[in-house]
Design a protein around this ligand. Structure first.
Ligand code: UD1
Length: 416
């Protein structure tokens, strides 16, 4: 299993390019299931999660053509609307095929996400919404089995803001009979990106980017060509890495307005940030000030940046309070950061991080995607060598991580 070796203590400086957004690409690729005509996507990141989804879609009968960062999906022959456990278990986002499949094929059999049951890491809102649109749904033998001759438009209200839940229901509603209204919809930029692509495919959607989305169903959607938005979480991660190292740099091919909350926090920490239409320039002070963080749905501070800010606060001046309100068990990186010398106390969904002058390199274990990113940031500023094990988590969500960090001057090598 690959490891990452980082020689810490380098002040990062330089320029690096941001990839297409993983969390936009996943629902967008699923949207291609809604039409018989080919859909071409550009700016598709090369990531393990994307490979997993493309394999899943291909086994349904869809023709997948890939050329660098361009992917064309031709779902004319969608003859197997099944998402088997073996393929779904590695990626919860596979549930995103459910809405498109039932809308297009009238039937879908999709495994519940890996390690999950309805209740623990639920997809109950996805199911409730489809039921309200007339789908008959049975959860049996670990699979969601949904049947509907044609979905009917409905007024949907989700109990909490759910990103993939909103995306699943919006996709399904595009081919439903009549109008669907999704209230309490997620406003994440990735949801808006999906809506813009669906509109390019002939969907009738209004309220894009707001928490009330109206979708008037159409008979069929058609092919389109669509460029996937830049990855705001990858952008935020590199901004944190540069900031924590006291460095300066430019991130290109990104859109600053999708990460206002993160940029504001970095400014509060003492960084000088200049945003251009498609790039962000950052210059960090020698030592950052601690910044409090509370995660919440967009446009508030994203849970996917919480771990990176814990690493940044670990070496900042002062004490920071970090509150996680989206996921219950999302502090697994804290114990690994402690192994590097961080001073972190956890009480429920609150972490108190007292900045220390210096972290020390050690061997640590990546536990999930964003937790891994926080360990990379900590390793970059720690004294000596940090070895991160289980970096397959990073490969799920960060394209060419070592190359991009090397472009900023970091000393990072992958060890097989
Ligand atoms: C998406 C992102 C993930 C991000 C998260 C929150 C993708 C592929 N993943 O995940 O990176 O961390 O949004 O911004 O876009 N919930 C339920 N029932 C449901 C659905 C959700 O109880 O049916 C709960 C979840 O357990 C969680 C909260 O709602 O506590 C938000 O989850 P959700 O927005 O659905 O996360 P994902 O869409 O899975």
């Amino acid at each position: 299993m690959d490891k990452l070796s980082i020689q810490g203590g380098v002040r990062l400086a330089g320029e690096t390019a941001i990839s297409g957004a993983k969390n936009a690409a996943l629902p967008l690729l699923c949207a291609a299931l809604l039409t018989r005509e080919p859909v071409t996507f550009s700016n598709v990141p090369r990531l393990n999660d994307i490979d997993t989804l493309l394999r899943l879609i291909a086994q349904m009968g869809v023709k997948v053509t890939r050329d660098g960062s361009t992917v064309t999906l031709d779902a004319a022959q969608l003859d197997n609307p099944l998402a088997p456990y073996e393929m779904v278990k590695t990626m919860r986002a596979s549930i995103l095929v459910l809405g498109p499949l039932v809308a297009r094929c009238g039937e879908a059999r999709v495994s519940l996400p890996g390690g999950c049951a309805i209740g623990a890491r639920p997809v109950d809102q996805h199911i409730k919404g489809l039921q309200a649109m007339g789908a008959e749904i049975a959860v049996e033998h670990g699979y969601v089995h949904a049947v509907s001759r044609r979905l009917k438009g409905a007024r949907l209200f989700t109990d909490m803001v759910t990103v993939t839940g909103t995306e699943n229901l919006m996709m399904a509603a595009c081919l439903a009979d009549g109008e669907t209204v999704i209230e309490n919809a997620a406003r994440e930029p990735e949801v808006a990106d999906l809506a813009h692509c669906l509109i390019a495919m002939g969907a009738d959607i209004s309220g894009v980017g707001t928490d009330v989305i109206h979708i008037r169903g159409v008979e069929r959607l058609h092919g389109a060509t669509y460029r996937i938005m830049p990855d705001r979480i990858e952008t935020g991660t590199y901004l944190c890495a540069i900031a924590a190292s006291g460095g300066e740099g430019v991130l290109t091919g990104t859109v600053a307005s999708t990460l206002d909350a993160v940029i504001e926090k970095l400014r509060d920490s003492g960084c000088d940030i200049v945003c251009s239409p498609d790039s962000i320039r950052i210059k960090a002070p020698a030592r950052l000030n601690a910044v409090n963080v509370r995660t919440a749905p967009y446009p508030a501070f994203p849970t996917d940046m919480q771990a990176q800010f814990m690493a940044l606060n670990a070496v900042a001046q002062g004490t920071a309070v970090i509150r996680e309100t989206i996921f219950e068990n999302r502090f697994m990186h804290a114990v690994e950061l402690q192994r590097l010398g961080a001073d972190i106390g956890i009480d429920g969904n609150t972490a108190v991080v007292k900045g220390v002058a210096q972290l020390q390199g050690a061997t640590v274990m990546a536990t999930d995607l964003r937790a891994s990113a926080s360990l990379v940031i900590a390793g970059l500023v720690a004294e000596g060598e940090t070895v991160i094990e289980r970096i397959y988590h990073l490969d799920r969500g960060y394209e060419r991580l070592e190359d991009k960090l090397a472009a900023l001057g970091a000393k990072v090598t992958r060890v097989a």
